[in-house]
Ligand binder design. Structure first.
Ligand SMILES: CNc1nc2c(CC[C@H]3O[C@@H](OC)[C@H](OC)[C@@H]3O)c3nc(N)[nH]c(=O)c3cc2[nH]1
Length: 369
């Protein structure tokens, strides 16, 4: 059975539904924990599962360098390797080449770079990225290779960049082989913050035809307002019957505002990265557990939560773990934050289903400011 995306309810532009895949259903709006190098940092796969995540992210750039695509295939692919039997979405690697690799050379063919790990030379083309994701890593949802247009690019630079990504999108689809029974290919819309270029990019990708459409080139320094304004002009250009994935987003308020505008899928390193640094998200906003005011706070972060990391350890204990630089502190706060993000998505799905999303949105905007 192929991928089917079904909307169960809408509330304004917000919608809730299910993306059914051969490896399991993804309830949307969905938050996808980031498992860049075959692990959601500091967490066991059972802890990740316990938060309610339906799908994880992997990253082609990291995995092609270590353990290597061919080695991963010899070991049975990413699902078997990391013990996750639900869906996995992999990013195509272009973004990380620009944010991590050294000595990059960009050509029409693809991007040549040196590994940030050992300086070895690599070439990433649309065709190689598809081979890595679909055949070697074995991911369920595959992203085209694209160029993430840097924020602050001129209109002309953004146009050149989106046209390259569109040509790479065409080549990605050809390499993917049109459509596949058990895997899906998503295109990535660029165009920076220019409404006309966002439409142009969306039109180009729709004419190629993808199983889903990611909105790239955001959460790259443009700020919340400009991200929302860009979503206002981009989401309406995307097909209603296909999932929309906003890459790299975001803070809880970003998720609420993007769901309000019709986005279905999200990924962000924030809940795990901020968790490792002592920041815990709560319904009343973020707290930093290292703050002295928690040194003798006997209460857990959220006694009503189903997540053990939220309902059991006292804030004093978590404070102690961070002060003592104990690894367990990083695990517990990452676990708590992912649980919070999943609870936020579940609350939004339920509110949309009941036609009460605007009430929830108003309450959260008032609390989170
Ligand atoms: C943070 N803001 C942001 N991230 C972004 C990512 C990476 C997300 C990926 O990067 C890794 O985390 C840093 C994760 O890899 C598993 C994630 O999937 C993007 N990826 C592509 N292909 N194209 C984009 O236009 C793009 C834009 C982004 N904006």
């Amino acid at each position: 059975m192929r991928f089917t995306f079904t909307c169960h309810a809408t509330d304004g532009h917000a919608r809730t539904g299910v993306l059914s895949t051969p490896r399991g259903d993804i309830r949307t709006p969905a938050f996808m924990p980031v498992g860049t190098a075959a692990t959601v940092k500091a967490m066991s796969i059972d802890q990740v599962k316990s938060t309610g995540a339906d799908i994880l992210l992997g990253n082609t750039y990291h995995l092609m360098l270590r353990p290597g695509g061919e080695r991963l295939a010899r070991l049975g692919g990413l699902h078997h390797f990391m013990g996750w039997d639900k869906p996995i979405l992999t990013d195509s690697g272009g973004f990380q080449v620009w944010s991590l690799a050294g000595l990059r050379k960009m050509t029409e063919a693809g991007v040549e770079f040196r590994s940030h790990i050992d300086g070895s030379r690599h070439m990433l083309t649309p065709e190689r990225s598809i081979e890595l994701q679909a055949d070697l890593i074995g991911s369920d949802i595959i992203m085209q290779l694209d160029e993430c247009t840097t924020f602050g690019s001129s209109h002309e630079e953004a146009l050149v960049s989106l046209e390259l990504s569109a040509r790479w999108g065409e080549r990605s689809k050809v390499a993917f082989g049109g459509t596949r029974a058990t895997q899906a290919l998503f295109g990535i819309v660029q165009g920076s913050v220019f409404p006309d270029l966002r439409k142009r990019s969306a039109d180009a990708l729709k004419s190629i035809g993808f199983d889903g459409y990611a909105i790239g080139g955001l959460a790259v320094g443009e700020g919340h307002q400009l991200m929302c304004q860009t979503l206002d002009v981009t989401v309406p250009e995307l097909p209603m019957d296909r999932p929309r994935y906003l890459m790299g987003v975001g803070k809880p308020i970003d998720l609420v505002e993007a769901v309000h505008r019709g986005v279905d899928m999200f990924d962000c390193v924030l809940p795990t990265r901020a968790g490792r640094h002592g920041q815990a998200w709560t319904w009343d906003g973020p707290i930093n557990i290292r703050n002295a005011r928690f040194a003798e706070d006997p209460d857990p972060i959220d006694p009503t939560s189903t997540c053990p990391a939220s309902s059991r350890p006292s804030k004093a204990y978590l404070h102690h773990l961070f002060k003592a630089e104990e690894i367990l502190g990083q695990t517990l706060l990452s676990w708590h934050n992912l649980g919070f993000y999943q609870d936020l998505m579940a609350a939004m799905r339920a509110a949309i289903a009941k036609g009460q999303f605007q009430d929830l949105r108003a309450r959260l905007r008032q609390r989170w400011g």
